[in-house]
Design a protein around this ligand. Structure first.
Ligand code: CP3
Length: 342
């Protein structure tokens, strides 16, 4: 019995899509909040293999999702490269910034990352043995551009201004930063696969702020390089790419990068994606996460409309972005029921 997620990623058109949710292990679940408190804080949770595996399993137990996503964060890679990283409650991540040659020179090399990241591989290893046999295990990393936006600015930004400035003022330095992250990401994801991840997802949350040649250079090319190298090492590994808010650049993204599945956000419709993206393979998405807060008939109608719109080809049901802390867990159960009965 092949797992539902793996079948969809392989290009199979299924009567009912596999379902999972971005940030499915998170603050909207009381059991997550309890385990995080036990760990002390978010980063301690990420680096504690037993507890990170536990929070990964919580939404599987509660909802029976078809896939589990490793519990970690995209900003662990910068930390493993030597950046300082901390989380300010209610505000988000903070990092030491990379804006000069001197800052860049202080970063570690690709070979250094496993010292920091080995607990993450242990989490994957625990999960690969603890998950129900029908549940697929997804590893992940941030895409180089998105990770770079945090490394340059030292925090999340609305318009990714600092990264755009460095890219435009000192492209040579910026390219070397992107290359360092790209190489680290290849090694990080390879270790996750060796530990038992069955597919990996590359999160490019800020791809939508790149235009024209910049999109090619910093969203498309790094994804292509990562996927090419992963497939050379693991020929059967399917890869999910998420160039969020790429708009019309979603068209052809799978072909250009070698991704097996493209995840779409809420700025495009499922009908549009069926015509323009699903022609090249599997599409993942794209219920608005606000429905997980508001629920009701609108949630059921929209979940079923998306399921039907993408039913003519390979589809993985998901949200268009992560579930938010104010979501009602009962709405998650309702969503799953709506999709499976559509
Ligand atoms: O999806 C999952 O359940 C797997 C785990 C996961 C987390 N972050 C856990 C997390 C994944 C895949 C991510 C990806 C991630 N992290 C992205 C890309 C996807 C996206 O959301 O656009 C980005 C940009 C980050 C960086 C990050 N981590 C930010 C900006 C924040 C603060 C915002 C927030 O939601 O609090 C985080 C924290 C974070 N990462 C939390 C979780 C569960 C919340 C931390 C907490 O428990 O306090």
């Amino acid at each position: 019995m092949t797992k539902l997620l793996m079948r969809a990623l392989a290009g199979e058109t299924l009567p009912t899509p596999p379902i999972w949710m971005m940030r499915q292990a998170g603050r909207y679940l009381p059991e997550y909040r309890a385990t995080r408190a036990k760990a002390g804080d978010f980063l301690s949770l990420c680096y504690n293999p037993e507890l990170a595996a536990e929070v990964t399993l919580q939404p599987i137990r509660r909802f029976g999702f078809d896939a589990a996503i490793l519990f970690a964060d995209i900003l662990l890679v910068p930390q493993a490269l030597g950046a300082d990283l901390w989380f300010v409650t209610g505000e988000g991540p903070r990092l030491s910034t990379i804006t000069t040659e001197a800052d860049f020179a202080k970063l570690g090399t690709v070979d250094d990352i496993h010292d920091t990241l080995s607990p993450i591989y242990e989490t994957v290893n625990i999960l690969s043995q603890a998950l129900p046999k029908e549940t697929a295990l997804i590893g992940f990393a941030g895409a180089p551009w998105t990770v770079a936006t945090y490394m340059v600015a030292g925090k999340g930004t609305k318009d990714q201004g600092p990264a755009h400035m460095l890219k435009d003022e000192n492209r040579d330095l910026f390219v070397r930063l992107i290359d360092r992250i790209t190489d680290a990401t290849i090694e990080y994801l390879s270790k996750q696969v060796e530990a038992g991840a069955e597919t990996v997802k590359i999160f490019d949350s800020w791809a939508g702020s790149l235009r024209g040649q910049d999109f090619d250079d910093f969203a498309l090319e790094p994804a292509k390089k990562i996927i090419k190298e992963l497939k050379a090492r693991f020929p059967d590994l399917p890869v999910i790419a998420f160039p969020r808010e790429a708009g019309d650049r979603y068209i052809g993204f799978a072909k250009a990068t070698g991704a097996d599945c493209v995840a779409i956000d809420n700025s495009v419709s499922a009908e549009w994606a069926a015509k323009n993206v699903q022609v090249d393979g599997c599409v993942q998405g794209n219920l608005a996460s606000s429905h997980m807060v508001t629920g009701g008939q609108a949630l059921v109608d929209e979940a079923q409309a998306i399921t039907r719109a993408l039913r003519g080809g390979p589809h993985v049901f998901n949200l268009g972005h992560g579930i938010t802390p104010d979501a009602d867990p009962d709405n998650v159960a309702r969503m799953i029921e709506a999709v499976r009965s559509a």
